[in-house]
Design a protein around this ligand. Structure first.
Ligand SMILES: NC(=O)c1ccc[n+]([C@@H]2O[C@H](COP(=O)([O-])OP(=O)(O)OC[C@H]3O[C@@H](n4cnc5c(N)ncnc54)[C@H](OP(=O)(O)O)[C@@H]3O)[C@@H](O)[C@H]2O)c1
Length: 348
């Protein structure tokens, strides 16, 4: 029997990616697409890639209507827009996966400091689980509300986690340089994303202040042994999708390339969506994961500086958003974790 789901914010980029991926899902069916406007218009007017596959009309975001037809809702809306809606939905027995930031931080003071928002539903936040699936799978399996991770924190945390989990990372000395395609910013245009400015251009932004910094620190700190401090420098690069995160790490003791490779291989052994590349193989690059839910990870040791260099590539809209949200739904529902996500990347 089909499992009915809703997408709120279906006209946006991650909403469009949820639609694309859910076409392939063996059990979940999109039966409701919510929007603040354009009610009655077919979703394919905004998401042409699903025309003929999902031809639902946009509907107002009414929790009673959603609860009468759906058992789970993906909230693909900006920060601040998911708090009250999630509360209304869980009260009506609808599970929630929020792709935004509203349910990522247990510590409301951190959320207020970095996002300037007071949480309006601390009761729902209390039970929410941070959905970086590979790292918090057991908690996700029990959750009614999942705060799906950010795209940079997904790639960066997966690149660093094995060293941190082994207790071999100096948590207060983590430097990350990352690059993202323009879709990471959503569908609303701004000057820095405008083609004549963005093309043939690499733009650093949010230097020493990007909002994904505390999220990465939160994940790394969850491995115990102290709180993490991360220096995070993102860059916008002229491509539609993709994130490459390069992490310069100080190990707490001298490690060899063989040792870290073994650590990474065993940490991700059996993971369907994380591929650890070998020492003598290619390095992660965004085209190898484009359109797929895969995260490619590689690790190297620089014998001159003693640093460990960990790299990860993802598609920001898939493993960094919609794909991971579906992966979390699969875990929450006890389904095959890879259901609907066994798609190769689009290459070249
Ligand atoms: N883009 C990425 O790579 C990425 C990755 C990870 C996480 N995220 C997060 O996922 C969420 C969605 O991102 P996106 O890139 O899909 O954004 P987007 O392209 O801007 O789409 C968001 C959608 O939400 C709706 N919306 C906008 N403002 C709203 C408001 N104030 N209240 C309720 N609905 C509103 C709009 O739909 P209607 O106008 O039809 O209502 C819009 O199409 C964001 O929280 C973002 O931070 C994005």
């Amino acid at each position: 029997m089909a499992f009915p789901v809703a997408i709120i914010g279906a006209t946006g980029y991650t909403g469009g990616e949820l639609l694309r991926l859910l076409v392939h899902h063996p059990t979940a069916r999109v039966v409701f697409v919510g929007s603040r406007s354009n009610h009655g218009q077919p979703i394919s007017d905004f998401q042409p890639h699903v025309a003929g596959l999902i031809d639902l009309p946009l509907e107002p975001v009414d929790p009673d209507v959603i609860a009468s037809r759906c058992r789970l809702a993906f909230l693909a809306v900006p920060r601040g827009a998911a708090m009250d809606l999630a509360g209304e939905l869980v009260a009506r027995d609808v599970k929630v996966i929020d792709l935004g930031t509203d349910f990522r931080f247990k510590d409301q003071a951190v959320y207020k400091q970095w996002y300037g928002l007071d949480h309006t539903r601390p009761d729902v936040l209390e039970e929410a689980v941070y959905g970086l699936t590979e790292l918090f799978r057991q908690q996700v399996a029990q959750a009614r509300v999942v705060g799906n991770p950010g795209c940079y924190p997904t790639a960066t945390s997966l690149a660093i986690a094995p060293l941190a989990a082994a207790g071999k990372l100096k948590l207060d000395d983590v430097a990350v340089t990352a690059m993202s395609g323009v879709s990471g910013a959503g569908r609303d245009p701004k000057a820095m994303y405008h083609l004549p400015h963005a093309t043939e251009n690499v733009q650093p932004y949010g230097v020493a202040s990007h909002r994904h910094t505390p999220e990465i620190e939160m994940v790394l700190s969850s491995f115990g042994k102290g709180s993490a401090t991360v220096s995070f420098t993102p860059h916008l690069v002229p491509m539609s999708r993709g994130i490459l995160s390069t992490c310069i790490l100080t190990p707490s003791e001298t490690v060899s390339a063989e040792e870290v490779q073994e650590l990474y291989d065993s940490f991700y052994e059996g993971e369907p969506f994380v591929r650890v590349l070998p020492q003598d193989g290619p390095l992660p690059h965004t085209k190898a994961v484009l359109g797929s839910n895969r995260c490619d990870v590689a690790v190297r040791v620089d014998p001159r500086s003693g640093k460990v260099i960990a790299l990860a590539a993802i598609d920001n809209l898939v493993k960094g958003a919609a794909g991971q949200a579906i992966q979390n739904m699969n875990v929450m529902m006890g389904w095959d974790e890879t259901a609907g996500l066994r798609l190769p990347a689009v290459y070249p």
